[in-house]
Design a protein around this ligand. Sequence first.
Ligand code: GDP
Length: 265
Amino acid sequence: GRAVPPLAALSRVLRLERSRRTGIVFPLQKLERCLAPGTDTARFRLFQPGLAALQRAEALFSSDRGHRIDYVSSAVRMDHAPPAALPEVCFIGRSNVGKSSLIRALFSLAPEVEVRVSKTPGHTKKMNFFKVGKYFTLVDMPGYGYRAPQDFVEMVEVYLQERRNLKRTFLLVDGVVGLQKTDHIAVDMLEEFGIPYVMVLTKIDRASRGVLLKNVLEIQEFVKENTQGCFPQLFLVSSVEFSGVHLLRCFVAHVTGNLPTVEAS
Ligand code: GDP
């Protein structure tokens, strides 16, 4: 197993001074302070759990003897996927968006979990299934790009359309460069299938505050004007600084039905 990075645990984050703590637990709120007064920020706070919910979610993502978190299997076709027995979430995004880093960050309190990366060109890309105790499964979908082969497109499309237990799809978008052409293709696909999804902006530690603010406002506007199935609140994450990771764990716990009450903070 790997060593657990300190800020992976909420207890360590809570020891930081207030402003840094807010930046890590609620990155959108930190950003909100830079907006012109009167800007409508209702969409920044739709999902704003309190400490108890964050802690409950963290417990779900922490393995121990009675609660195992395991890589289950990889599949290239739906009939190779494990049984659809638990509520499921999946993560999609173009290659290099930071998907494996984020999944590793989410599972950092279960350091024995191996998040595989297959980046070798020409190497078959697979869907990787992780089981979180008896609570839910998380699927790492292959990264897409301009040269996604047809069988990949078919695998992802079939999964998204047919997986009965899929509760939410997390579409990762690079927070530094914003929505790209391939991201729009993914959005169109999710809209066409009519399945609920969430946009996650990655690598926010790399973006200057101005760039990040511009991308957040632009994407938020895009979501408002052009989408039906996308959750109006964006999730901002840094897998390096652990910003937004605790909140995202909590949202995953919530959408998989493992957090019956999310009390306001
Ligand atoms: P994937 O292809 O989507 O799985 O992307 P990776 O997780 O492998 O990340 C692609 C590159 O971005 C790697 O060099 C990572 O180290 C880097 N990266 C990923 N997440 C972050 C982040 O949150 N912050 C920073 N600064 N770099 C990141």
